[in-house]
Ligand binder design. Structure first.
Ligand code: NAD
Length: 315
């Protein structure tokens, strides 16, 4: 059996907590570095809740309290001395992330890997000024990280790709299905494609072609039905390539390519909408219905993970 090396993490916000949960559930000890100990107790409770959820879903075999006992939360970077892998998931700020890497470099061996869960900051920018830029990678997770199989491992201009392969092997043992980005590009794979889709979705609504509800309904029942089974390329193989070639010629020139943020987005943000987090979004919510949507989404996340595992990508 693979030796479970201790893993360091930085930040225990929304994603940091679910990342720590995933790694604890995989049997590692985790030392999580936080800025202040003020929210440590709350983070422990949140992580225990996630572990209990995994246990109830049959995705964790051991007692959740035993898995939690492998977690140390600290505000002392010295506790990460000698670690081989540290995964940072703090706020999306270049300055703040660089400050953390500078602290980490004072205690980590030169070959230790530092992974950043940045959503959109180019890894190359985060590598600037590091003593050992070759060991910094993007390790992009999807929330909730203890349930989703998604992971993108991204090399910046100075990354050593052998480190990326080490992370990919390890992440497979955590139940992930990682993708490798050999070269840095803003937004990586899924965010580039998702934002292209979001731009077109806003375009259809703002130009009066369809309502928010109808855009959602179409996407859920078309893309939503096949996308966990097959990516776009496999889907074209399955459904016949020439038709896509023909449609591309006519449709590409017609798609929205505006660089501006959509007016509807500007409007909802100005109105203070956060989404189900504050029961204000593109749809009307009460606090109760927002909480129900959140709960239902977690249930769905477990079901879709089980479905994906049932239909493996190996034939
Ligand atoms: N939320 C998502 O769905 C999602 C998805 C993919 C990637 N990400 C990325 O993950 C990162 C974290 O996002 P989040 O949604 O968890 O944010 P969040 O605001 O919930 O958590 C950020 C945490 O970082 C902590 N923090 C700030 N500075 C710190 C420091 N110097 N040391 C230790 N902790 C520090 C904050 O106290 C907070 O707990 C961001 O880079 C974000 O872009 C988020």
């Amino acid at each position: 059996m693979r030796k479970k090396i201790p893993i360091g993490t930085v930040g225990l916000g929304l994603m940091g907590s679910s990342i720590a949960t995933c790694i604890l559930a995989a049997g590692h000890t985790v030392t999580a570095l936080v800025k202040t100990m003020e929210h440590a107790k709350g983070a422990r409770i949140r992580i225990l809740g996630y572990l209990e959820e995994l246990y109830e879903e049959g995705m964790l075999k051991e007692n959740p309290a035993l898995a939690l006992a492998r977690l140390t939360i600290t505000d002392d970077v010295g506790q990460l001395e000698g670690f081989e892998i540290v995964i940072e998931s703090i706020i999306e700020s270049v300055e703040e992330k660089r400050t953390v890497y500078r602290q980490l470099e004072t205690v980590l061996p030169p070959t230790a890997i530092i992974g950043s869960n940045t959503s959109a900051i180019p890894v190359t920018i985060l590598q600037e000024g590091l003593q050992h830029p070759e060991r910094l990678l993007g390790i992009h997770w999807a929330e909730p990280a203890h349930i989703t199989r998604f992971m993108e491992v991204i090399c910046g201009n100075q990354s050593d790709i052998t480190f990326a392969h080490i992370i990919i092997d390890l992440a497979e043992s955590w139940g992930k299905e990682p993708s490798l980005l050999k070269k840095d590009i803003r937004g990586f794979i899924t965010n580039r494609i998702m934002y292209a889709m979001l731009r077109e979705a806003f375009h259809l609504v703002e130009k009066g072609y369809a309502s928010v509800e109808d855009v959602d309904r179409s996407l859920r029942n078309d893309l939503g039905y096949w996308i966990t089974f097959a990516g776009p390329f496999r889907f074209m193989d399955l459904t016949g390539i020439p038709a896509y070639f023909t449609v591309m010629k006519d449709l590409f020139p017609d798609l929205d390519n505006s660089a501006a943020t959509p007016a509807l987005m500007e409007q909802v943000v100005k109105e203070g909408a956060l989404g189900v987090g504050n029961a204000k979004g593109f749809y009307p919510y009460t606090e109760k219905s927002a909480a129900q949507w959140e709960k239902k989404f977690i249930e769905f996340s477990y079901d879709i993970r089980k479905l994906a595992e049932k239909y493996s990508q190996d034939i």
